[in-house]
Design a protein around this ligand. Structure first.
Ligand code: TPP
Ligand code: DXP
Ligand code: MG
Length: 621
């Protein structure tokens, strides 16, 4: 096995040329086998095997800096830097991350996870290198999908006048997670399939060569001039005009060609963009045919490509998708917006039925929010479906373009709470804090699948900015007997007792219900309230609780800072109440990757830990 010879960074440089294609095959086989068992990002990684090998053949790690945009496609990079053994616990608690991590390896130059950051980070490294008079290469690898993120243009604009080497690798596989969208994607499409350019270039050369005596010399001169033939027929004119040297398009599966291209690129004094053409999912037919389905793959059967575990229950995203489709029929002015996540957010179904009222804006959350504000100002009812952690990117647009104007925009905040395998960059644990601090914003969280349906309908028929947050995964189908009408700003009383009151937010209602049942068996009766609204607080309820309760326990899957619990504590302080408030929330920290149940226990928001805390507090009452 050639792969077994790769145990340290740069080991690939010791291989014979004829071993390289074998290594590529073995890497693909390794990735398919490993990810079929553990789950992970398969299609993107299968597409960059040769590209990554070529980079590791030319560049010298950890001296040279490689930055992987989003970083979900860095598995081969991790294999080539001595982490083959760590794939046994890929994305498991305490195991290797699915993204580059500086704490994991000196060959991981920058932590990534959110899209479109790599060129900015790379440019930062270049500036630091030049200021310190150092001499290393900086290579930012960005996908065609990530190139629909605005930050990439801010960085390219800033890089334009650079006089020192900076290599940008555009990994163009003509896919985001789903089909890529927008003008840049169309432009790249022309570059990819620019036979016209090839023919034109060939045609010009052939014509010039017909000129007796001087013809050949003219052709050679044109190709030698600084702008050369390209200036006439530049395929990457857009990048050239931006001040970047464009090299490409280059076959991203031809290691020799790639190595030569990187050696050429290293000589350029300035920013140079290598346009590399790759195939997402390459080498595994089910992933080649369905790159979107194998972008983030659950464990699957290699022979059939089918998931090993059949989902029996609906997840919250399914519920959202169903209600959106229904409301789309009832509400002509309902529109849906996603930032390149039609599958993940469940909006694909809405798109299939109402294509003209569906907008995929690319990986552009900031634009998505202000675009929604414009739609609302124009009389539509926009629903922006977005992951909690990705919405962080559009904080100012929520304030500046939606809430100050008090526009009726609905934020369907999916993946809110702990998401698990994707780790720190993807845990949706701040949205209750960053949303509830914004004036005019209303923040809701459903306790189960039916309440998500009721809340979404309520939000669509309401007014002003409204955020509805719900977790990744299976939709809780308990407490179905409790389905009080949604009333603005009002919580829902589930069980009415005395002394101890549990007030839970969204996904934590299920946990609080379990805690209440266990405490009841130990002789402790607890009131249980479903908060429903994080903003505004149901102050009438909070006040009423002080009459017969001594201990108020708030429960939320969000950091404590600025969350629901803090607002409740502040309320009781302001009214000078002497009730004891216990806040169950996530710590002031970034939560690493791992199984969600393990993470909840680690963070102290599991039922058992909560029970112990409440019993200890109750003994002191
Ligand atoms: C800010 C942000 N929004 C959305 C995502 C989700 N996301 C992860 S990868 C991806 C598509 C990336 O496409 P591309 O850059 O072409 O990489 P490929 O998977 O094709 O290699 C998206 C939308 C993200 N990571 N960050
Ligand atoms: C890399 C990335 O950001 C996405 O692929 C993300 O991992 C999707 O998360 P879900 O699996 O929760 O849809
Ligand atoms: Mg792509």
């Amino acid at each position: 096995m050639v792969l077994e010879k790769i145990n340290h960074p740069n080991d690939i440089k010791n291989l014979k040329k004829e071993e390289l294609p074998l290594l590529a095959d073995e890497i693909r086989e390794f990735l398919i086998r490993t990810i079929s068992e553990s789950g992970g990002h398969l299609a993107s990684n299968l597409g960059v095997v040769e590209l990554t090998m070529a980079m590791h053949l030319v560049f010298d790690l950890p001296k040279d800096k490689m930055i992987w945009d989003v970083g979900h496609q860095a598995y081969t990079h991790k294999l080539l830097t001595g982490r083959r053994e760590n794939f046994a616990n890929l994305r498991k608690f305490g195991g290797m991350s699915g993204f580059p991590k500086r704490c994991e390896s000196s060959c991981d130059s920058f932590d990534t996870g959110h899209s479109s950051t790599s060129i900015s980070a790379g440019l930062g490294y270049v500036a630091a290198r030049d200021l310190q008079g150092e001499d290393y290469s900086v290579i930012s690898v960005i996908g065609d999908g990530s190139l629909t993120g605005g930050m990439a243009y801010e960085a390219m604009n800033n890089a334009a006048r650079l006089k020192s080497n900076f290599i940008i690798v555009l990994n163009d596989n003509n896919m985001s997670i789903s089909e890529n969208v927008g003008g840049m994607s169309d432009y790249l499409g022309k570059l990819r399939t620019n036979d016209a350019y090839q023919e034109l270039k060939q045609g010009v050369s052939d014509t010039l060569k017909k000129i007796p005596v001087y013809g050949d010399r003219v052709v050679r001169r044109i190709k030698k001039t600084k702008s050369g033939i390209k200036q006439l027929f530049i395929p990457g004119m857009w990048f050239e005009e931006m001040g970047l040297t464009y090299l490409g398009p280059i076959d991203g599966h031809d290691i020799g060609r790639l190595v030569r291209a990187f050696k050429e690129a290293r000589k350029v004094n300035g920013p140079v963009l290598l346009h590399i053409l790759t195939q997402k999912g390459r080498g595994y037919v089910p992933a080649e045919r369905h790159p979107a389905r194998f972008h983030g793959a659950e464990p699957f059967d290699i022979a059939t490509g089918l998931p090993l575990h059949k989902r029996t229950k609906a997840n919250y995203t399914d519920v959202f998708a169903t209600v959106m489709r229904k409301m789309g029929e009832r509400q002509e002015n309902l529109v849906a917006i996603t930032a390149a996540m039609p599958d993940g957010t469940g909006l694909k179904r809405f798109k299939n039925v109402f294509p003209e009222r569906f907008f995929d804006v690319g990986i552009a959350e900031q634009h998505a929010v202000t675009f929604a504000a414009g739609l609302a100002a124009g009389g539509m009812i926009p629903v922006v479906a977005v992951y909690s952690s990705f919405l962080q990117r559009a904080f100012d647009q929520i304030v500046h373009d939606v809430c100050i104007q008090n526009l009726h925009v609905i934020f369907a905040v999916d993946r809110a709470g702990l998401v698990g395998s994707d780790g720190e960059t993807h845990q949706g644990i701040f949205d209750l804090s960053y949303l509830s601090l914004i004036p005019n914003m209303c923040v809701m969280a459903p306790k189960n699948k039916w309440e998500l349906s009721d809340m979404l309908k309520f939000a669509i028929s309401s007014d002003g900015p409204i955020a509805l947050r719900y977790p990744r995964g299976e939709a809780y189908d308990g407490l179905s007997e409790h389905r009080a009408k949604i009333v603005y700003g009002k919580s829902e009383l589930l069980y009415d007792e005395e002394c101890i009151a549990l007030i839970a937010v969204g996904s934590m209602v299920k946990t609080a219900h379990e805690v209440r049942q266990n405490l009841k068996r130990k002789g402790f009766e607890c009131t249980l309230i479903n908060a429903r609204f994080v903003k505004p607080l149901d102050e009438e309820r909070l006040l009423a609780l002080t009459k017969e309760h001594k201990l108020i326990v708030t429960l939320e899957e969000n950091v404590l800072e600025g969350g629901f619990g803090e607002h409740v504590s502040e309320f009781y302080e302001e009214i000078g109440s002497d009730v004891q408030v216990m806040n169950i929330a996530l710590p002031d920290a970034y939560i690493e990757h791992g199984n969600v149940e393990i993470l909840k226990k680690e963070c102290g928001i599991d039922a058992e830990t909560i029970e112990k805390k409440i019993i200890a507090a109750a003994m002191g009452l």
